[in-house]
Write a protein that binds this ligand. Structure first.
Ligand SMILES: CC(=O)SCCNC(=O)CCNC(=O)[C@H](O)C(C)(C)COP(=O)(O)OP(=O)(O)OC[C@H]1O[C@@H](n2cnc3c(N)ncnc32)[C@H](O)[C@@H]1OP(=O)(O)O
Length: 502
């Protein structure tokens, strides 16, 4: 039993998703269409006329097309003028943050109907660009500034060496964490294959997934022409797939309003609470790369919320832009390698409509709870293991009012150790803290990048040129990690540090 007034209990009542696979490129729907249709489907799913009453509208940032004030354009299409009408910054965790914030708004009595939605049409946009087809969409808003991401927050040396995009930065976590856990690169690769295969199993069952079949672990980890190496140790099938067209939406209201609108009780899913924390945007300002203190703090906090026992969750979504993220998360949660880490299918197989994958994960989670699961964990992540937000959702109504202050930043910061000073010019011995190797479209090595600790324990990045076969072979060895190995740093002619194995 609960003694919270029913008009202060937030509840998810409607979910809507749309996947667009146009026969002709020019027939592809633009993001605004996908947003509107996903919302209309969510309303249909709720079975109550709620869209006209939305007072809180959050639109997840999208990158495949640019509009001026897309949240206002959407509100106009829906004929509404919500008091809270927001289009957010880049961040894969943001859908979870918006659902959580919408629930908090309802719990505070600030609004009674809220919507969260996101969409991308990157597949259509890329295909149109490659084929030189002009899309009959709302004209691209060239006068609107590009959203800040990736390179905007990184050091010039990281940008110069090509390690400022997610695909080239996450490998640093992959190599450092597997070495820390005592795995050989071969063992780490096998874990990635098994885990990713489980994501594909869920995608095979999800009607909205982009790639709808099970992939075997070896198929995922073996480079082929269709599964080319991107940045060591990741092949194409181990990274997020942004080439999709998708929209997703959720409608929230209060329990009082849901009941008054006659929404069936078995449709209701309750946000119970959650937590958030973040790392510095500049990833080189972190103490190490084998764990994430904000991720740990967030996941520990939601475990506490669930009664301290991770087994209480019978449905889990661990963010999956790259294998290192759920690999670290499952260890923090105390889950084994056989964990079913998703209800959705993951960012490779379900697809990665950039910042809005977790909108779809929340929809899939709602379906799972309606189908019998009792307690679900949604863990979203954004940037370069930067921003973390988790939300617990339940089939039963909460006993206590939704907590408003949910940052666990202090706990994350408390665990942070000293951050080494970063240097851009150095010589002498360098010890590998982490590394990756960057590949071109044809499978050729462009160069390797090592993150190093110098003799006086400062940090730098260094290039391993494609011509240095011995050092590259050392980095790509499968039976012994190069993390922790020593070599010589020398400054190259273009004033970039280069590293050669001893
Ligand atoms: C917090 C975060 O979420 S960080 C994550 C942010 N997202 C990323 O970093 C995305 C990383 N991934 C990528 O950039 C891309 O997948 C790349 C560059 C690796 C490959 O993309 P492209 O070069 O466009 O792929 P390519 O031209 O070889 O092939 C396109 C086809 O492959 C598919 N595809 C593209 N990427 C992937 C992938 N990772 N897995 C499976 N299929 C893929 C496309 O859907 C397309 O299929 P279609 O022809 O049937 O429509």
């Amino acid at each position: 039993m609960t003694n919270i007034p029913e008009d202060r209990i937030p509840v998810i009542v409607g979910i809507g998703e749309i996947v667009d696979r146009p026969k002709e490129i020019a027939e592809g729907l633009e993001p605004l269409d996908l947003l509107e249709q996903a919302l209309r489907r969510a309303e249909q799913d709720a079975g109550a006329k709620l869209l006209g009453e939305v007072q809180s509208l959050d639109v997840v940032n999208f990158l495949s097309w640019r509009y001026r004030d897309p949240e206002q354009l959407l509100a106009q299409r829906l004929g509404i003028s919500p008091a809270h009408c927001y289009y957010g910054p880049v961040g894969g965790e943001s859908p979870i943050r918006y659902i959580h914030e919408a629930a908090k708004r309802i719990a505070r009595g600030e609004c009674s109907v809220a919507a969260v939605c996101g969409a991308e049409a990157q597949s259509s946009a890329t295909k149109a660009e490659r084929a030189g087809v002009k899309l009959p969409w709302t004209p691209f808003a060239h006068d609107v500034e590009e959203p800040k991401r990736g390179a905007a927050f990184q050091k010039p040396l990281a940008v110069k060496l090509g390690v400022f995009r997610p695909v080239t930065v996450y490998p640093f976590y992959e190599a450092a964490s597997s070495a820390h856990w005592g795995q050989t690169p071969r063992e780490a690769m096998a874990e990635s294959g098994t885990l990713w295969s489980r994501y594909s199993e869920a995608a095979a069952e999800n009607p909205y997934a982009w790639l709808k079949r099970r992939y075997a672990p070896e198929e995922i980890t073996t480079p082929t022409a269709d599964n080319r190496l991107i940045a060591w140790p990741y092949n194409k099938l181990m990274v997020a797939n942004p080439s999709v067209n998708m929209g997703g939406a959720l409608l929230l209201t209060s329990l009082a309003k849901a009941r008054a609108a006659g929404i069936a009780e078995d449709k209701l899913v309750y946000p119970l609470g959650g937590a958030s924390a973040e790392e510095p945007r500049d990833y080189l300002m972190r103490d190490q790369f084998y764990e994430s203190h904000p991720q740990n703090a967030v996941l520990k906090s939601v475990m506490d919320l669930a009664g301290g026992d991770r087994k209480t969750f019978d449905a889990i979504e661990l963010y999956s832009c790259f294998p290192c993220v759920p690999k670290m998360a499952r260890r923090t949660l105390g889950l084994g390698p056989d964990v079913q880490p998703t209800v959705t299918g993951g960012l490779t197989f379900f697809g990665a409509p950039l910042n809005t994958y977790m909108t779809h994960a929340a929809c899939a989670m709602v379906r799972r709870l309606r189908d019998g699961a009792k307690l679900g964990l949604l863990y979203g992540q954004g940037g370069f293991v930067t921003k973390h937000h988790a939300l617990v959702v339940s089939k039963t109504a909460p006993r206590e009012a939704l907590v408003q202050e949910t940052s666990v930043q202090a706990e994350a910061d408390r665990n942070k150790r000293a951050v080494p000073e970063f240097v851009t010019e150095t010589t002498g011995k360098g010890k590998v803290e982490s590394f990756t190797v960057l590949y071109g479209r044809g499978g050729n090595i462009e160069h390797g990048v090592v993150m190093l600790r110098t003799e006086d324990d400062r940090r730098t990045l260094a290039r391993v040129p494609a011509s240095d076969g011995a050092t590259l072979a050392h980095l790509l060895a499968m039976d012994r990690t190069p993390v922790g190995s020593l070599g010589e740093i020398a400054m190259a002619e273009d004033n970039v540090p280069e590293w050669r194995v001893a």
